[in-house]
Design a protein around this ligand. Sequence first.
Ligand code: GRF
Length: 208
Amino acid sequence: MSIRLGVLISGSGTNLQAIIDAIADGSLDASVGLVVSSRPDAYGLKRAHAAGIPVMALSREVYENPLTADEVIAGALRDAGVDYVVMAGYMRKVHEPVLLAFENRVLNIHPALLPSFPGAHGIADAFFAGVKVTGVTVHIANENYDQGPIIAQRAVEILPDDTLDTLEARIHEVEHELYPATLQLLAEGRVSLQVNERGRVVTVIDKV
Ligand code: GRF
């Protein structure tokens, strides 16, 4: 089943590009109905234009009331017929208007192995903590920042001669594979939610 995505961005939009490319090469059965940017100057907007995707760019003023901003965003995503909301480098929190309109259908990618190193500096925090393995997490976003049910994770080793830059580059490479691949699991209807014996909501991935 083809799914329709709304992608939220704030910056360079390389994950958006990876999604656009995966759709174009047939590995992701989806379409992007709308790109929303929290910044009118985000480079990712150019990528959306180049791919012929409608965009909505919000100014800083709109975010003075975050709930109003999210009502505007939720309305636009609904009008665009979106099934899943995909946060891709979106540097704002999403609030109830979006979370309720798209319950369990808001995705986020985080550049570390959650629950380790949440927050805005996951790559650097892992690097400077001296851990030997970090990675990438795709999860369902809920009201608890970086804590929603995890759908997919991939490990990235931190090598002895890594710098923050080289590690960043490898993390981004993995992100660009993992996000489209995880969205494809959703398109195939293989992701369901379960409450485990500790009362935690987790995802279960059905085998093909
Ligand atoms: C990615 O590292 C993502 O994990 C983080 O922000 C970055 C976005 O990069 N949340 P881009 O805008 O997709 O290039």
